[in-house]
Ligand binder design. Structure first.
Ligand code: SAM
Ligand code: DTB
Ligand code: SF4
Length: 333
């Protein structure tokens, strides 16, 4: 099917923000000939963004390992033997030292991740102090701490938190293959609490977990049908970590074809035209050519710095060289 024949043609004008994407329309986008899909993604990308700019975030794991959840991809789940040691919440000073270093190396956003199912109220108080300190350095702040109550979200907002990351991870249909300790609806509830508190939402998912093409359709439809699109949409390629169910045994996931990954980015860009789409985990093992295609497909954010939470990310020099080669510049906050 060509772009002219695509059912997407019958939808609202391209580039308009819509929350009523149907499975059929999203499926048709995935099925476009690659040149048509890339052209459409570029066109829409350029309606809302400077195509030479990339938002740069740095991640820090402020509370590592020992998590009670069973997310089949995650090296931090206590029940999998991955070699990740459970640690306590980092001290404020140590977090601020990392944030200063991130700023000095060129990041504009600092994202603090904790391996919790949900924080306790006393944890939230400690995180709020971190948010205040990081903000005072002139960085945007983001946190990912698990499920939140409306009261906790409101407290984080008062501390000045700019973004909260909480992913849908996959399609509603495939979800129970990946996580059994919390429901899709639990995730939607947390996203609702974050939105209601007035914090920007960062919400995306993971591909390459053994899901089928229809699950990638379902994941994008779920994201693009949220009442308000997430301001930031991380698309992660699964990082297979030994000891997790998805890296061995019966559930071992077949790595995703890089072109299918690029297609997922392009469809995210087209369906959520004003959202910043992050080429998230998985870059360490990705060729420069695949990353370049992701940027062409409308990705305009990366995690920058040699570590994600517990796994490796490209060294800063390597990313600087790639950005230079492609003529990309960091986005101003
Ligand atoms: N514990 C909190 C939660 O799950 O909401 C916050 C941290 S959790 C590590 C944040 C996200 O990282 C997950 O939702 C998942 O999308 C992503 N993630 C975790 N492990 C990953 C892996 N091995 N590969 C790709 N993405 C991963
Ligand atoms: C997101 O979507 N990806 C980031 C961030 N949100 C918190 C996490 C990726 C984690 C990859 C595995 C690890 O390093 O532990
Ligand atoms: Fe825990 Fe988050 Fe990892 Fe799931 S993704 S096991 S909730 S740290």
């Amino acid at each position: 099917m060509t772009l002219a024949e695509s059912p997407r043609r019958s939808a609202a004008p391209p580039g308009l923000v819509r929350n009523d994407w149907t499975r059929e329309q999203v499926r048709a986008l995935f099925a476009l000939p690659f040149p048509d899909l890339m052209f459409e993604a570029q066109r829409i990308h350029r309606m809302h963004f400077d195509a030479g700019e990339v938002q740069v975030s740095t991640l820090l794991s402020i509370k590592t390992g020992g998590c009670p959840e069973d997310c089949a991809y995650c090296p931090q789940a206590a029940q999998y033997d991955t070699g990740v040691k459970a640690e306590k919440l980092m001290a404020l000073d140590a977090v601020l030292a990392e944030a200063r270093a991130a700023k000095a190396s060129g990041a504009s956003r600092f994202c603090m991740g904790a391996a919790w199912r949900s924080p306790k109220d006393r944890d939230v108080e400690q995180i709020c102090a971190m948010v205040e300190g990081v903000k005072a350095l002139g960085l945007e702040t983001c946190a990912t701490l698990g499920m939140l109550t409306p009261g906790q979200a409101a407290r984080l907002k008062r501390s000045g938190l700019d973004y909260y990351n909480h992913n849908l991870d996959t399609s509603p249909e495939y979800y129970s293959e990946i996580i059994t300790t919390r429901t899709y609806q639990d995730r939607l509830d947390t996203l609702g609490a974050v939105r209601e508190a007035g914090i920007h939402v960062c919400c995306g998912g993971i591909v390459g977990m053994g899901e089928g093409p229809e699950d990638r359709v379902g994941m994008i439809v779920a994201l693009a049908s949220l009442p308000v699109h997430p301001e930031s949409v991380p698309i992660n390629m699964l990082v297979q970590v030994e000891g997790t169910p998805l890296s061995g045994g019966a559930k071992k996931a077949k790595p995703i074809d890089p072109i299918e990954f690029v297609r997922t980015i392009a469809v995210a860009r087209i369906t959520m035209p004003k959202s910043v789409v992050r080429l998230s985990a998985g870059r360490e093992d990705m060729s420069e050519e695949t990353q370049a295609l992701c940027f062409l497909a409308g990705a305009n954010s990366i995690f920058y710095g040699p570590k994600l939470l517990t796994t490796s990310n490209p060294e800063r020099d390597r990313d600087m060289q790639l950005m230079d080669k492609l003529g990309l510049r960091p986005m101003e906050p």
